[in-house]
Design a protein around this ligand. Structure first.
Ligand code: NAD
Length: 268
């Protein structure tokens, strides 16, 4: 059976990568595509928008219209758009969603969890196989290396990225905290800045660099007095996230309601 997907944020960088990856997948069809009201691309064919042949789906600003006949909703937008998109789904045929948008507040995360009581939602700060494997390795390393090893997460992204640290860096930090039997909010270090910026034992620190067109670099460092273990990942192309999100869409279709991660999808 062909899986019908609808894309929220289809005119964006990830939206276009999703259109291209979906066009290469014979088991998928794009049933709808949505972007913000006022977007200059509204009404355009989304195949043509992504530099492909037209596919007969016009970009709309109505999430209800875009989702009407879809099976899976895929969202790479902004936190507010993620929630308004999810609110529009109950009247559609959508039974599963894949959410890649990052930077949601605790309250916004709670609202996503509410929606996951009705449909299956895979939400991940990063949909690449490599990063999800890295996250599992970081959790193991944190479990094995005692508190004498300081943990620091470093990330670099393109100059237009809004949120910091990245959703992926926070995901890696959460895995490190979990390896130590803690939760990240309890052990996250404030940024080192100013005259009283001493590192506290057991904390997990984050360092952020922004510039140019970097797709996404992440590194977890475990630092003792005499050695440093570094586990890192470099994204060379957005297509890795798009292909991962489509893999998650196939996995989520027909699954019971609930909130799932990409590690659930990949089994790592
Ligand atoms: P982008 O700015 O290129 O695209 C976002 C799109 O959302 C734009 O086209 C924008 O017009 C649209 N949008 C804004 N408001 C909207 C609304 N109300 N309704 C519908 N569409 C709306 O950004 P991007 O680089 O594609 O990233 C989008 C999000 O995905 C960010 O949060 C980013 O951090 C995240 N991201 C996640 C992963 C991952 O693997 N999880 C990978 C890359 C990016």
């Amino acid at each position: 059976m062909t899986l019908r997907i609808a894309i929220n944020g289809a005119a964006g960088r990830m939206g276009q990568a999703l259109v291209i990856a979906a066009a290469e997948s014979p088991d998928l069809a794009i049933a709808g595509a949505c972007d913000r009201a006022g977007s200059p691309e509204l009404g355009a064919d989304i195949g043509a928008l992504s530099g492909l042949a037209p596919i007969g789906v016009a970009l709309t600003d109505s999430a209800a219209d875009a989702s009407r006949t879809a099976h899976v909703w895929i969202d790479f937008t902004t936190p507010a758009a993620t929630l308004s998109g999810l609110d529009a789904l109950p009247d559609s045929s959508v039974r599963a969603a894949v959410i890649g948008t990052t930077g949601l507040s605790d309250e916004e995360e709670r609202q996503v969890t509410q929606h996951a009581r009705r449909i299956a939602i895979v939400k991940a700060g990063n949909f690449s196989m490599g990063v999800n494997l890295l996250t599992a390795l970081v959790e193991q390393a944190a479990q094995r290396l005692g508190p004498d090893w300081d943990i620091e997460i470093r990330e670099t992204h393109h100059r237009r990225k809004a949120d910091a640290p990245s959703g992926t860096a926070l995901m890696i930090g959460s895995a490190a905290a979990q390896g130590r039997g803690a939760v990240l909010p309890d052990v996250r270090s404030a940024p080192y800045d100013g005259p009283s910026a001493l590192r506290e034992r057991g904390r997990i620190g984050f360092a952020v660099t922004r510039g140019g067109g970097v797709v996404g670099d992440h590194e977890a460092q475990f630092i003792s007095d005499s050695e440093i273990l570094t586990i890192g990942h470099r994204a060379l192309d957005r297509s890795i996230f798009a292909r991962g999100a489509l893999h998650a869409a196939r996995w989520a279709a027909g699954r019971a309601p609930g909130l799932y991660t990409m590690r659930d999808v990949l089994g790592v």
